[in-house]
Design a protein. Structure first.
Length: 394
């Protein structure tokens, strides 16, 4: 049985998706609140035309990067939509990317309000449907959302919506549309740099973004977290409240029943062993993440089909580790060289298939002439390693 475990861990909150005793996805949030998804009345501190960017201050005078190329129609609170920004303008912005290492947070005028099944977006005014949803299901989803089309925003139908009842989609569309109207109405009356909308805690969003087909139970041993989960599920996923369980066995703590400590240790270690005796070496750098596949202790021959089987096993584990560690940006995997070109293509296909299981968009780009496999994964939140820097030692 797949279970989603939510508990307090090392001074923060941990969420772990377990398939039996094996972790598929890990998340950690320390006491520091995330800005991701929050919407502000930002103030333009500077416009830098030569890099086609501006710097916008939000609550606490935090400076944020704002791309002029990607935001062609900023919404100025005082004078409506404008094609050109000037220093001192007050505009509606949403944090689209957290600060990463030395980089400032990124904000955008393309606002998004995300639910369990739908995303309301001002970036595109059409209805888009997740590429992961089968073609035969799309007409009925389109019919359910079409009544909610508006000239000011569009909709994205998320993968989770594939088999959702039409009534649930309509209910959520109404909630998101109402929230957008409230934001637009409130913005002119709010002070500069103030927060108009605060995203739910990141650990709750992690639960929202995991496909509901991936778990059968949500288990927590903390009454306060149980209350927050219950409230969130009642609003966004009423059917999911039946899956919520409060664990009460004090003799066997939840983090001992499920190998949480071991899962985090594995996800933070450089070396990952495979069943065959081969191993991966995972090394994040400033520019990219390098993953090297080594034959290690595997002694079942050193050529032909053996390399092929090790590479296939490594492909499955690489996809799991990327998701487990929340690696993003450019990822380069150095598989064991194979002489058979057909096996190379089979390996790329197998890796692409495994990456499709990831809720975050991850794509196999190609294999270079040197045999390096290029992967990209959308960068949204900080990696698990960065998140865990604030964890308290126990």
């Amino acid at each position: 049985m797949r279970k989603l475990i939510v508990t307090r861990y090392k001074g923060g909150i941990a969420a772990a998706l377990f398939d039996g005793s094996k972790a598929v996805e890990l998340f950690y949030e320390n006491e520091e609140e995330s800005l991701l998804g929050n919407i502000y009345v930002g103030k333009v501190a500077d416009v830098v035309p030569n890099i086609r960017a501006a710097f916008v201050e939000i609550e606490g005078r935090v400076p944020c990067y704002y791309s002029l190329a990607e935001n062609t129609s900023p919404v100025c609170v005082s004078r409506g939509q404008s094609k050109k920004l000037a220093q001192g303008d007050e505009i509606l912005v949403q944090v689209s990317r957290e600060s990463v290492k030395s980089k400032a947070p990124t904000v955008t005028s393309n606002l998004s309000l995300t639910g369990r099944f739908l995303v309301l977006t001002t970036g595109k005014k059409q209805i888009g449907i997740s590429a992961k949803i089968a073609k035969e299901l799309r007409p009925q989803l389109l019919a359910a959302i079409s009544p909610f089309q508006d000239a000011r925003y569009g909709w994205i139908v998320r993968t989770n919506a594939a088999y959702a009842p039409a009534g649930e989609l309509e209910r959520e569309a109404g909630i998101l549309a109402g929230r957008y109207e409230d934001l637009i109405a409130a913005a002119p009356h709010r002070t500069c740099r103030s927060c108009l909308y605060k995203n739910p805690p990141a650990w709750l969003l992690q639960i929202r973004d995991i496909y509901d087909t991936e778990y059968e139970q949500i288990v927590t041993d903390d009454e306060a977290l149980y209350g927050e989960l219950q409230t969130y599920l009642r609003e966004y996923l009423p059917a999911g409240t039946d899956a919520l369980v409060l664990y009460r066995d004090r003799l066997l703590p939840l983090d001992k029943l499920y190998p949480l400590e071991g899962a985090f240790r594995e996800a933070l270690s450089e070396r990952v062993w495979l069943r065959s005796g081969a191993y991966l070496v995972i090394q994040p750098t400033e520019a990219l993440t390098a993953i090297d596949v080594n034959t290690g202790k595997c002694d079942r021959g050193k050529a032909g089909d053996v390399f092929y089987k090790i590479n296939l096993e490594a492909a499955r584990e690489i996809a799991r580790q990327i998701r487990l560690r929340n690696l993003s940006g450019i990822i380069v995997a150095d598989f064991i060289n194979m002489e058979n070109g057909e096996q190379d293509q089979d390996l790329l296909d197998a890796l692409a298939q495994e990456l499709k299981k990831d809720p975050v968009k991850a794509v196999v780009v190609d294999m270079t002439p040197l045999g390096l496999v290029e992967i990209t994964r959308k960068r949204v939140r900080k990696s698990l390693a960065e998140k865990m820097k604030g964890a308290k030692e126990t």
